[in-house]
Design a protein around this ligand. Structure first.
Ligand code: ZN
Length: 101
C-alpha cells in the first residue's frame, strides 16, 4: 500500500484530532477580517397612521397597520382575543378529558 493510493486509511488518533492553525494570524489580517463586522443602523420610517417610528417593510406594532391597511390586532382588542382563545382551549381540554374517564 502506497501513501498516495485512494484506499489509505488514517489511524483513529489522527482522524479524530482537531487541526491546528499553521501560524498566528497577524493583527493586520485580523483587522482586515473584522472590517466587515461593523453593525449598521436599520432604516427607520414613520407610521402613516400614528407617526410612530417603525422599521421599513414592517407592520406598525403600535396601531397594527401596514401601508395604511389594518393587518395586526393590537392593544386591548388583542388582549381580549387572547383571553377568548385561552378560555376556548380550556373548555376543549375539559371536553377531551371527560370521555376518557
Ligand atoms: Zn402606527
Amino acid at each position: 500500500m502506497t501513501l498516495f493510493s485512494s484506499r489509505v486509511t488514517l489511524p483513529a488518533l489522527i482522524k479524530n484530532s482537531m487541526s491546528v492553525p499553521a501560524r498566528k494570524k497577524s493583527s493586520s489580517s485580523v483587522r482586515r477580517r473584522r472590517s466587515h463586522n461593523a453593525l449598521i443602523a436599520t432604516n427607520v420610517s414613520s407610521c402613516a397612521k400614528c407617526k410612530e417610528p417603525i422599521k421599513s417593510h414592517h407592520a406598525c406594532s403600535n396601531c397594527g397597520t401596514y401601508k395604511g391597511r389594518a393587518t395586526l390586532v393590537v392593544g386591548k382588542s388583542a388582549e381580549q382575543l387572547i383571553k377568548k382563545s385561552a378560555t376556548k382551549s380550556k373548555t376543549k381540554t375539559n371536553k377531551e378529558e371527560t370521555p376518557k374517564s
